[in-house]
Design a protein around this ligand. Structure first.
Ligand SMILES: Cc1cc2nc3c(=O)[nH]c(=O)nc-3n(C[C@H](O)[C@H](O)[C@H](O)COP(=O)(O)O)c2cc1C
Length: 158
C-alpha cells in the first residue's frame, strides 16, 4: 500500500511526435487503443479493451471535469482539455485531450479521443487548478509527505 503511494509520483512523458488514441462505445467502454496508448498507460491493449475508460482515471482529477466531458458529448459537442491519467503501475501521465463523437450516416455511434503531450508549465498550472477544484468539490486535498523509513513502517500499520 505504501509503495503504491510512492509510485504515484513517477511521471511517464508522452513522446512529442506520438498521439495516444482510443475509441469507446456510447457508455465509455474502451473498444480500441493504439499502441502508444497501451505503452504510455502501461497496459496491454487486451487489458484495456472492454474496460471502462475510467480505468486510467487519476484520483487527482476532479469529478466536475468528467461531468463537463459527458455533458458536451451528450449535446453533440467535442471536449478539449487537460487530463492527468493513472498508469497500471500507479504512475501518471498528462495529456491534452480532444474527445468527440464518431458518426455513421449522421448518427452518433461511438466516441474517440486523441491526446497529445503537454507543456511542463501547463502541467503545473493544471495540477494546482485541479487541486483547488477537488478541494472545493469534495474537500479532497493531496498531501505530499517526506518521512523516514521507521516512521513509514509505523504508518503502514494503520
Ligand atoms: C472517448 C473517451 C475518452 C476518455 N478518456 C479519458 C481519459 O483519458 N481519462 C479519464 O480519466 N477519463 C476519460 N474519459 C472519461 C471516462 O469515461 C469517465 O467518465 C471518467 O474517467 C470518470 O470516471 P467516472 O465517470 O467513473 O467517475 C473518456 C471518455 C470518453 C468517451
Amino acid at each position: 500500500m505504501i509503495d503504491m503511494t510512492f509510485d504515484m509520483f513517477i511521471e511517464t512523458e508522452v513522446p512529442e511526435n506520438e498521439l495516444i488514441i482510443s475509441r469507446t462505445d456510447l457508455k465509455g467502454i474502451i473498444t480500441y487503443v493504439n499502441d502508444t496508448f497501451a505503452e504510455i498507460s502501461g497496459y496491454a491493449p487486451s487489458e484495456l479493451i472492454g474496460q471502462p475508460h475510467s480505468i486510467v482515471r487519476h484520483p487527482d482529477m476532479p469529478k466536475s471535469t468528467f461531468k463537463e466531458v459527458w455533458q458536451s458529448l451528450e449535446v453533440g459537442k467535442s471536449w478539449s482539455g487537460f487530463i492527468k491519467n493513472i498508469r497500471k503501475d500507479r504512475g501518471y501521465y498528462w495529456v491534452e485531450a480532444d474527445i468527440s463523437g464518431i458518426y455513421k450516416d449522421g448518427k452518433l455511434v461511438a466516441y474517440k479521443s486523441v491526446r497529445a503531450p503537454m507543456r511542463e508549465d501547463k502541467k503545473i498550472q493544471m495540477q494546482k487548478y485541479y487541486d483547488r477544484l477537488r478541494k472545493e468539490e469534495e474537500g479532497n486535498v493531496r498531501v505530499v509527505m517526506y518521512t523516514t523509513s521507521d516512521k513509514l513502517d509505523q504508518l503502514s500499520k494503520f
